[in-house]
Design a protein around this ligand. Structure first.
Ligand SMILES: [Zn+2]
Length: 344
């Protein structure tokens, strides 16, 4: 490495260190130490993304372990050169988009049974811990993407959470928290959230409905949860059974137009795989190849315009945890290819 490049990196690291201090309350030097060792596409992962659930719970919690294991086992990532552990999101950062009363109640276990029911989870301290790691992970992924161009979490995409409540397996809205935090600390002016999960990003749309600095784009199956939709800046509503060709052609119709008209300085991408033909909740008909082409198209189109991109895995549901975990690594495989092709 040349002297010039070393000093350039050091300055950028100093800047990132300042951002981390504004984000996490303590131990930011631990994150920074990990980051200085990173070579290649940064992968943000924490074993604390997973918590125990009652037997036969519908949410495939262990997929987060499975994703990470597949990434290592299949040689997609190198643990010592690419993996960074996030810290838990703080109350202050969560309150960027959530009501303080809700955050207090969720962090301390005082949400009522009727508030918990629509979330699909019964509150436990481990659940709160997991959600805080996952949300911290998305915030960190966005921050690192500003420095490195592209970064990927192994979780995230909890887009059904509203300011005062959780819903549909989502307790805190990590996408909204990350976008609003980076705007609040002055690191970005305009954020585009590209939500390609099969379900509408209703919480995110609601949070930013009157906010000009965040553009919400949701492409989802119309006849699917949530049955009461919100209005995103752009909703592309898909019919049941939409396949690769039609899906990709719609994405190509809209994404470049949004990028060139809104001109974001950060994109947060929710790469939900519940659009896959074998997904148990999805109702669309995408193949593995279609998912790879979708993820590669989003990343390369964003990065090709010089805009940083942070990816989260979004939804995906299957009894076959191995197959599901593998499917969730498609976004990391696509990002790896973009990282090399674009010379990041
Ligand atoms: Zn979903």
């Amino acid at each position: 490495m040349s002297r010039h490049k070393a000093s350039y990196l050091w300055n950028r690291n100093a800047d990132l260190f300042r951002i981390l201090k504004q984000t996490f309350s303590s131990k930011t030097s631990v994150v920074m130490q990990q980051l200085t060792k990173i070579k290649g596409l940064p992968i943000i992962h924490h074993d604390g993304y997973v918590c125990e659930l009652p037997p036969k719970h519908r949410f495939p919690m262990r997929k987060f372990h499975g994703v990470f294991e597949h990434l290592l086992k299949d040689g997609i990532i190198n643990r010592s050169l690419q993996v960074i552990e996030p810290l838990q999101v703080t109350k202050e950062v969560a309150c960027n988009v959530h009501q303080e009363e809700y955050v207090d109640k969720f962090f301390s276990g005082r949400t009522t049974a009727s508030e918990q029911r629509p979330t699909g989870f019964v509150w436990t301290p481990e659940l709160a811990s997991r959600v805080r790691y996952e949300t911290g992970g998305t915030v960190l992924t966005a921050e690192i993407s500003l420095q490195r161009g592209l970064a990927c979490s192994t979780a995230g995409g909890t887009h059904h959470a509203f300011p005062d409540r959780g819903a549909g397996f989502c307790l805190l809205n990590d996408l909204a928290i990350a976008a609003q935090h980076l705007i609040n600390i002055g690191k970005t002016n305009k954020v585009l959230i590209v939500d390609l999960d099969v379900h509408q990003g209703d919480g995110t749309a609601f949070i930013f409905k009157n906010v000009d600095s965040v553009y919400t784009f949701s492409m989802h199956c119309g006849k699917n949860f949530p049955f009461r939709k919100q209005q995103s800046d752009l909703d592309v509503v898909l019919d049941i059974g939409t396949g690769d060709k039609e899906y990709l052609s719609l994405l190509i119709d809209y994404l470049p137009f949004i990028l060139d008209s809104f001109r974001p300085d950060l994109v947060i991408y929710d790469a939900g795989v519940d659009t896959h033909k074998d997904d148990e909740l999805g109702k669309l008909n995408l193949s593995d190849k279609g998912l790879f082409e979708r993820d590669y198209y989003v990343d390369s189109t964003v990065i090709g315009r010089g805009i940083p991109c942070a990816t989260v895995i979004g939804g995906g549901y299957s009894q076959d945890l191995n197959q599901l975990s593998n499917r969730h690594t498609i976004v990391h495989q696509a990002a790896t290819k973009v990282w090399h092709v674009q010379g990041l």
